[in-house]
Design a binder for this molecule. Structure first.
Ligand SMILES: Nc1ncnc2c1ncn2[C@@H]1O[C@H](COP(=O)(O)OP(=O)(O)OP(=O)(O)O)[C@@H](O)[C@H]1O
Ligand SMILES: [Mg+2]
Length: 235
């Protein structure tokens, strides 16, 4: 994975260009240009920050340093927080973002895993949808529960559906959207570390996608924590 990162180039070139321009006193006197360049730097910093965060999380999993907590979780609170943070993005694009009501049920698990999973799926659904809606729904049975994020966006062919969970598995035709391509790889590893799975369904290009995370509702020993011995296939 480290080699892939080097090939990918972690440092956004646009930030370097902006810094170069900001060194010129004449540029700094132009308020409008100054504002624009600061905007470029702010966005680059955000991207770099989330890239580093995702990268470190993946590295921790690969080095088997991740401990999956087993604590009672408030799924409604997690979904609410994601909606609050991502809702603006949906609003900006004129997308309808809805959560289908569900009847309460108890779950145990790792807050970080569920929060990271829901945040990434909702963020992607908004990012790769130009028109229509993003819908979050939840259901459960005795042993497991599922969080589903359904969108009316770019859609994925069968080949693309296999690609998106790989590290840097970005789809060429969506290259216009900003991102590093680590989000879904991280979600997959975290969910699998928690004995769950994540998958996507889509009718194909332009026909929307539905991503589902399925996790166990409870573990054998309540309240206990456990360090995984195996870190998955890649690495
Ligand atoms: N809801 C979706 N609809 C269509 N394509 C999607 C969707 N979610 C993800 N993809 C495709 O899968 C690729 C990988 O997604 P992933 O979240 O891992 O990376 P990213 O969004 O490009 O970057 P980041 O690491 O910032 O999340 C995306 O680049 C996009 O091409
Ligand atoms: Mg993403």
């Amino acid at each position: 994975m480290r080699i892939a990162v080097l090939a990918h180039g972690a440092f956004p070139g646009r930030a370097k260009t902006a810094i170069g321009l900001l060194r010129d006193p004449k540029v700094r006197q132009d308020d409008e240009r100054l504002e624009r360049l600061v905007g470029v730097l702010a966005r680059s910093t955000d991207r770099l920050q989330s890239f580093v965060r995702d990268f470190l999380e993946l590295a921790k999993i690969e080095e088997q340093k991740v401990t999956i907590a087993r604590k009672p979780l408030d799924l409604e609170e997690i979904v609410d927080e994601v909606i609050e943070n991502q809702g603006v993005l949906a609003e900006d694009k004129g997308l309808e973002l809805t959560v289908e009501p569900w009847s309460d049920f108890s779950i145990e698990g790792d807050d970080f895993v569920v929060r990271t999973g829901v945040r990434n799926l909702v963020n992607n659904a908004i990012k790769y949808t130009d028109e229509g809606s993003v819908t979050i729904s939840v259901d459960h049975d005795v042993d497991s529960f599922r969080i589903r994020v359904c969108d009316t966006g770019a859609g994925l062919t069968e080949e693309e559906q296999r690609q998106v969970f790989q590290e840097f598995g970005r789809i060429q035709r969506m290259a216009g959207m900003k991102g590093t391509g680590l989000g879904l790889a991280l979600v997959k590893k975290l969910v699998e570390e928690s004995d769950g799975r994540v998958w996507v369904e889509s009718e194909g290009e332009g026909r929307g996608s539905t991503f589902t995370i399925e996790l166990p509702r409870k573990f054998g020993e309540p309240g206990a924590e456990r360090t995984r011995v195996e870190a998955g296939a890649s690495g």
